[in-house]
Design a protein around this ligand. Structure first.
Ligand code: NAD
Length: 474
C-alpha cells in the first residue's frame, strides 16, 4: 500500500475498497485475528518509534506514551482477540409464545467501508484504537489522522502500508479539505473523534449518504469535591488527570466544584499534588521529564488568552500561571475566584488551566453542571453515597466516575463515549466492535408450526379472538 497525499483521487481509494469489503463479509474469524496479531506485533516491535513520534508532536514523556497510547491500543487488541469468537456469534432472540417454532437471532455483520477521522491529542491511541474495532468487525478502512500531529500520522501511514493492502486499509494524510472531501463519499460507517463543532459538520455530511456515525467528542468534564472526601486522594487524582498530556485530554477534569467548607484546604492540596507529581526535586515543572508540551502556538496562545481574560475579570492564579512560548511550555495553573460568566467556564479548556469554584449546597453544583452541555465524564469525590446518588440521578454524562479521574478510559468492558454534545455512539471492546457492525435481525419461520399464519385474513370471529389472545402475550 502507498501513503496518499493531499489531492490524490480519494474516490479511487474508496472504490478500490469495494470488492474487499464484500470479501470480508464472509466473517472469517481467524483472518481477523491474524490481522490483529500482525498489528500487535508491529506495535511491540516499533514502540520506540511510537514514543519518538509522540515526543516530536507533543513532547510526550516516553512512559506517558507507553501508558496512554501504546498499552491502551495493545489492551484493545488483546481484548478483541480474546473475545472475537463470542462477539461474532449469533445471539439468540428469545421467542414470545406466538413465535413458537421460529428461529430468531441477531447476527453481527461488517458494516462495510469505514472512515476514521482522528485528532492530535492521543494521535496513536485515538487512530489505531478505533481501527482495531473496524478490523475486529471486518470492515475496510480509510483513515484520516490529524495534520497537527504529523510525525505520528506519518508513522501510522507507514504501519498501515507495511501490514495491509490499500484495498483493505489506506491512510490519507491531509488537512480539513481532505477530511471534507472524504466525507462526501458514501461510507457505511464514519468514526470521528474531535471537537463538538466539527462533529456537527461530520454528522451533516454523513446525513447526505445516511452513513452511520460514531462521534467521540469533547466538552467540559466537571469534578465535584464533596465536603466529606479524602482530600489528599482527590487532589492527587485531579492533578494527575489534568497534567497527563498537559490537560489536552477529552476526559481531563475541566473545572472543579468544591464544597466551600474545604475550598482553601483543597486548593493547597491541589497545588501540593502538582508539585508531588511534576516537581519532586524542586527544579521546576518546566525541567520535568514527566510533563509534555502544548501541541502548537495557536493552542498555547488560546490558553494564555483564556488565563489572562480570567485574571482581568477577577480570577486569581493560586498556582502556576507561567509559560515559555518557544518551548510551548504551559504550567499547570489553578484559577480561583472564578465566575460562571468567564470565558474559562464557557468553553472546553483542553489544556492545563483548572478553574476551581466553591459551592455551598450540592444542588448549586448540580445546577452549574446542568447549565452546560452534557459532559463526556463527570467526576465526584466523596465518602458518602448521597452526593453520588444525587449526581447520578440529576445529571447526564457519558461516564460517572467516583473517586477517580480518567481511569475509566482503560476499562475494556465499559462503553466509552459521550451523550449529545459530548458524543453519539460508543467505543472500546465489544461496543467498538458493534459500532462497526450491523446487528442484522435473522428470523426463520418453522416449516412445521406456523402460528403467524393463523392470524392472516379473513378475520373470522375465531381469528379475532386469537389476535386478542396473542396481543396479551406480546
Ligand atoms: N471523545 C473522545 O474520545 C475524544 C478524544 C480526544 C479528543 N476529543 C476532542 O477533540 C477535540 C480536540 O481535537 P482536535 O483539535 O484534533 O479536533 P478537531 O475536531 O479540530 O479535529 C479532529 C479531526 O477532524 C478533522 N477536521 C477538522 N475540521 C474539519 C471539518 N470541518 N470537517 C471534517 N473534518 C475536520 C481534522 O483534520 C482532524 O483530523 C477536543 O474537543 C477533544 O475533547 C474527543
Amino acid at each position: 500500500m502507498a501513503t496518499f497525499d493531499l489531492y490524490l483521487d480519494l474516490k479511487g481509494i474508496f472504490e478500490n475498497q469495494k470488492e474487499k469489503a464484500f470479501e470480508l463479509r464472509s466473517g472469517d474469524q481467524q483472518d481477523r485475528i491474524e490481522k490483529l496479531r500482525a498489528l500487535q506485533s508491529w506495535i511491540r516491535t516499533n514502540s520506540q518509534e511510537i514514543r519518538d513520534a509522540t515526543f516530536q508532536d507533543l513532547g510526550k514523556p516516553g512512559p506517558e506514551t507507553d501508558l496512554t497510547e501504546i498499552s491502551m491500543v495493545l489492551g484493545e487488541i488483546s481484548h478483541a482477540i480474546r473475545h472475537l469468537d463470542k462477539w461474532m456469534k449469533p445471539k439468540t432472540a428469545p421467542n414470545p409464545i406466538h413465535f413458537t417454532g421460529t428461529n430468531a437471532y441477531v447476527q453481527p455483520e461488517p458494516k462495510g467501508r469505514s472512515l476514521i477521522i482522528s485528532p492530535w491529542n492521543y494521535p496513536f491511541n485515538l487512530t489505531v484504537g478505533p481501527w482495531v474495532s473496524a478490523i475486529a468487525a471486518g470492515c475496510t478502512t480509510i483513515i484520516k489522522p490529524s495534520e497537527f500531529s504529523p510525525a505520528t500520522s506519518a508513522l501510522i501511514a507507514s504501519m498501515a502500508s507495511s501490514l495491509f493492502s490499500p484495498a483493505e486499509a489506506s491512510v490519507v494524510l491531509g488537512d480539513v479539505q481532505v477530511a471534507k472531501r472524504l466525507l462526501e463519499l458514501p461510507f457505511d460507517h464514519i468514526f470521528f473523534t474531535g471537537s463538538p463543532g466539527v462533529g456537527k459538520e461530520v454528522m451533516k455530511a454523513a446525513a447526505n449518504n445516511l452513513s452511520s456515525v460514531t462521534l467521540e467528542l469533547g466538552g467540559k468534564s466537571p469534578v465535584v469535591v464533596d465536603a466529606n472526601s479524602d482530600l489528599d486522594k482527590a487532589a492527587l487524582k485531579i492533578a494527575w488527570g489534568k497534567s497527563i498530556n498537559c490537560g489536552q485530554t477529552c476526559i481531563a477534569p475541566d473545572y472543579v466544584l468544591v464544597n466551600k467548607s474545604i475550598e482553601s484546604a483543597f486548593l493547597e492540596k491541589l497545588a501540593a499534588a502538582f508539585e508531588q507529581l511534576l516537581n519532586p526535586r524542586n527544579k521546576g515543572i518546566r525541567a520535568s521529564n514527566s510533563y509534555g508540551r502544548i501541541i502548537n502556538m495557536a493552542h498555547w496562545n488560546r490558553l494564555k488568552q483564556l488565563m489572562d481574560n480570567a485574571v482581568t475579570e477577577g480570577a486569581k492564579i493560586t498556582y502556576g500561571g507561567e509559560g515559555q512560548e518557544t518551548e510551548k511550555y504551559f504550567a499547570p495553573t489553578i484559577l480561583s475566584c472564578v465566575d460562571q460568566n468567564m470565558q474559562v467556564m464557557n468553553e472546553e479548556l483542553f489544556g492545563p488551566l483548572l478553574p476551581v469554584i466553591g459551592y455551598d449546597d450540592l444542588d448549586e453544583a448540580i445546577n452549574v453542571i446542568n447549565g452546560k452541555p452534557k459532559p463526556l465524564a463527570l467526576y465526584v469525590f466523596s465518602r458518602n453515597r448521597y452526593p453520588v446518588q444525587q449526581l447520578a440521578q440529576k445529571t447526564s454524562s457519558g461516564a460517572l466516575v467516583v473517586n477517580d479521574c480518567a481511569a475509566h478510559f482503560g476499562h475494556p468492558n465499559l462503553p466509552f463515549g459521550g451523550v449529545n454534545n459530548s458524543g453519539i455512539g460508543k467505543a472500546h471492546g465489544y461496543h467498538g466492535f458493534i459500532a462497526f457492525s450491523n446487528e442484522k435481525a435473522v428470523f426463520q419461520q418453522s416449516s412445521r408450526i406456523d402460528l403467524i399464519k393463523t392470524l392472516y385474513p379473513p378475520y373470522t370471529l375465531k381469528k379475532q379472538k386469537l389476535i386478542r389472545l396473542f396481543s396479551r402475550f406480546s
